[in-house]
Design a binder for this molecule. Structure first.
Ligand SMILES: NC(=O)c1ccc[n+]([C@@H]2O[C@H](COP(=O)([O-])OP(=O)(O)OC[C@H]3O[C@@H](n4cnc5c(N)ncnc54)[C@H](OP(=O)(O)O)[C@@H]3O)[C@@H](O)[C@H]2O)c1
Length: 502
């Protein structure tokens, strides 16, 4: 019998960010392994014209929750959406919800955040710092609360090369940052942002670091723990391999490469690709929830959830395996043949951006204009290149994260819990994982049927022929121009051409 699974039976759990990538997998695993849990409250806002109930309905009816419905047929009764908006004061939770529902909560998993790297500082502070502070305040009024688990990121201290499982203070106190956001205007905030985030590449990593400080300072009277995952990727094993549903990070790059938009990238092939499967993060999170509630460790423990220390994979190996999977199961209707060239050189990268990305987009838009259609490729390409440039910081560097607490926790688990809540990535086979990841993107994000693979392969063949034809035509045009204008080229041609008749 799993001790962790039994621990969550009969518990009231609160999850923020339950509609996000990590939150959904967390809920799925909880329902599947502890179907007798009492209730999961999720803090959620209406979005894209959907009410809270419609959002829950959509999650429960997704492929991800298929197994849950078998083990926990009453799942729809056990999930209670509560209106909340992290952008608003006190998260806009009503008094009734606080008193009637949230007062019974035993465990909180705080996953909600803005994960946009280029968010203006004001918005990133509101979501990742102020909202965390307010949630801690709400949590401190919950009489039955046993543990508050905060999801941060392994990159919150990416200004350091070696990162321990400790909180590194930022130069300005989070409270002062929160206060200043109330009276500073946007122009001044934009001006001071580079100075505040100094050493970090974006507002996301900076505000996640501030968020950790808030948890440490204001969660003093609570039983808190912080989890720092690296780059969260598709599921490794559970509920099935390769599940993913958003385009953040590597998933976006894989889609862009598979559809032929992105053919080259400024990345260091030998740099560690510190990916961590989402189900591994979820298993660690649930184990931490149990350990924190039962053992109440002091001081606050921080857990690194990374792969590079135990089982490193690099971007070069990952790129090759992604390409190999495209050969087996290409994405449908690709714009060009997928390719993955790596460079660390600024000039080569700029040249590739112009020749391999911007020029084809301009030519394609020209064709769309000629055929009376709306040009859109240049805009799309510019957006893609901007997103990729924000990832460059992370795909050209390697970090070392110590994992003492994570290892300690593993040693505290029973053999059964080590199996059911496995977070040991040393057993992960990267080639298999990456292949499943690419296939998962094809199935669950692009919604492409595997039956369409032969047609997609035919399409790639046509693209390859067009590519060869285009290159040959270009070569001949340049050569003819050279012969017409240069005596040396003519001499060379007269010297070479008899060789063809031998
Ligand atoms: N994904 C990664 O690679 C990664 C790596 C390291 C750490 N993390 C951390 O893991 C956590 C979860 O990330 P994720 O990948 O699951 O992100 P995600 O898919 O973008 O989900 C973000 C969640 O936050 C919610 N949220 C955002 N703004 C909100 C608002 N104003 N009010 C209410 N809810 C709001 C979103 O709700 P809506 O659906 O309503 O937008 C969504 O449920 C975050 O704390 C992130 O920093 C992620």
């Amino acid at each position: 019998m799993s001790m962790i699974a039994a621990f969550y039976d009969n518990k009231s759990i609160l999850i923020t960010g339950a509609t996000g990538f990590l939150g959904k997998v967390l809920m799925e695993k909880l329902f599947r392994t502890s179907p007798d849990l009492k209730v999961i409250y999720i803090l959620v806002r209406p979005k894209a014209g959907q009410t809270l109930q419609q959002r829950v309905f959509q999650i429960l009816n997704s492929k991800l929750f298929e197994k849950v419905k078998e083990v926990c047929p009453k799942v729809h009764e056990k999930i209670k959406p509560i209106y909340a908006d992290l952008n608003q004061k006190d998260l806009a939770i009503s008094k009734e919800d606080l008193q009637e529902h949230l007062s019974s909560v035993n465990i909180i998993f705080h996953c909600a955040a803005t994960v946009r790297f280029d968010d203006p500082l004001r918005h990133a502070v509101q979501l990742n710092v102020t909202a965390t502070q307010q949630l801690l305040h709400i949590a401190s009024q919950m009489p039955k609360l046993e543990a508050f688990i905060h999801i941060s990121t392994a990159y919150s201290n990416c200004n350091l090369k070696h990162i321990d499982e400790v909180i590194y203070p930022c130069s300005v106190e989070p409270k002062k940052i929160i206060e200043s956001m109330e009276w500073l205007d946007d122009a001044i905030i934009d001006e001071i942002t580079p100075k505040l985030i100094a050493g970090r590449p974006n507002t996301y990593t900076y505000t996640k670091a501030l968020g950790e400080m808030v948890v440490q300072e204001e969660g003093n009277n609570l039983n808190v723990a912080i989890i720092r995952p690296s780059i969260v990727g598709a599921t490794w094993q559970e509920p099935f391999p390769g599940w993913v549903d958003n385009l953040n990070g590597p998933s976006g790059i894989i889609v862009a490469a598979g559809k032929g938009f992105l053919r080259s990238i400024k990345a260091t092939p030998m740099a560690v690709a510190d990916l961590i499967p989402v189900d591994t993060v979820v298993n660690l999170t649930l184990a931490v929830g149990w350990y924190t509630a039962v053992h109440r460790p002091k001081p606050t423990l921080i857990y690194h959830c990374t792969s590079g220390t135990t089982n490193p994979c690099n971007w070069g190996k990952m790129g090759l395996q992604v390409l190999a999977t495209f050969e087996k199961a290409p994405f449908e209707g690709a714009f060009r043949r997928p390719n993955a060239d790596f460079t660390t050189n600024y000039f080569t990268a700029s040249y590739w951006n112009a020749v391999s990305h911007r020029a084809p987009a301009i030519i394609y838009d020209f064709y769309l204009r000629l055929t009376g259609r709306e040009p859109r490729m240049t805009k799309l390409m510019n957006r893609l290149l901007r997103t990729i440039s924000m990832l460059e910081y992370f795909i050209n560097r390697s970090w070392e994260w110590s994992t003492y607490n994570t290892e300690m926790l593993m040693s505290e688990l029973s053999p059964e819990d080590q199996r059911v809540f496995n977070f040991d990535v040393s057993q992960l086979n990267w080639l298999e994982y990456i292949e499943n990841y690419v296939l998962g993107i094809k199935k669950y994000i692009l919604k492409e049927d595997m039956a369409g693979i032969p047609e997609a392969k035919q399409h790639l063949k046509r693209l390859r022929n067009i590519h060869y034809l285009f290159n040959t035509a270009l070569f001949l045009i340049i050569w003819c121009l050279l012969i017409a204008r240069s005596q040396m080229a003519r001499n060379m041609w007269f010297f070479i051409s008899p060789l063809y008749n031998l």
